[in-house]
Write a protein that binds this ligand. Structure first.
Ligand SMILES: Nc1ncnc2c1ncn2[C@@H]1O[C@H](COP(=O)(O)OP(=O)(O)O)[C@@H](O)[C@H]1O
Ligand SMILES: [Zn+2]
Length: 173
């Protein structure tokens, strides 16, 4: 990822649509994408969603499911602000929900645990504003479609994964 994109991400803003769409198009062109794909964090703007619809319209693929994970702002802030990432191996911890054995030290490799710049409180607030303005409109864009689902993101990652799998299994066997 370029230095400019990193600066944008650290500030809590979104990377430009053309950059994101370029990354997505490139990845979709790889052979393994033919087996199906799961996007996490894409699309995040109306322009991205419309571009995705155009890609789908020109290909023999369908959007099978659209998952809207719902969580209160206060829980989002708690999860993000407590997240710590190992500078050496990338392992992810949480100061409250998944603390390392020794504070600030990675259990796996002994590396130093750091906070992402965009997980600092003032940046989290900005990310939520950007979400309200640029991403929340996607709910109305997708809500009437087959496969659209709202799923509660309350609980630990295992509980949420189970909930998502159950929801998807129910509709697609
Ligand atoms: N679809 C997207 N459109 C624009 N920017 C994006 C998109 N996905 C990720 N980004 C950029 O990357 C940053 C980190 O993405 P995020 O999904 O929060 O990471 P993670 O999944 O690691 O928590 C975002 O704040 C944004 O700057
Ligand atoms: Zn580590």
């Amino acid at each position: 990822m370029g230095r400019r994109a990193k600066a944008v991400m650290d500030s809590g803003a979104l990377v430009g649509d053309e950059i994101i769409l370029g990354i997505v198009r490139e990845r979709l062109a790889e052979p393994d994408a033919a087996r199906g794909v799961l996007f996490d964090g894409f699309p995040r703007t109306l322009a991205q969603a419309k571009a995705l619809d155009e890609m789908v319209a020109g290909a023999t693929v369908v959007i099978r499911a659209i998952v809207h994970l719902v969580l209160a702002d206060e829980d989002i802030v708690e999860r993000l602000s407590g997240r710590r990432v190992c500078a050496q191996c990338g392992a992810i911890y949480h100061v409250r929900f998944q603390p390392p054995t020794r504070a600030g030290i990675c259990d796996r490799c002994g590396g130093e645990l750091l906070q992402r710049d965009d997980d600092k409180p003032e940046v989290i607030r900005h990310r939520l504003e950007v979400y309200r303005r640029d991403t929340e409109p996607l709910i109305a864009y997708y809500a009437g479609r087959p496969g659209y689902r709202e799923i509660s993101a309350v609980g630990d990652s295992e509980a949420v994964s189970m909930r998502i799998l159950e929801e998807l299994g129910e509709a697609h066997g």
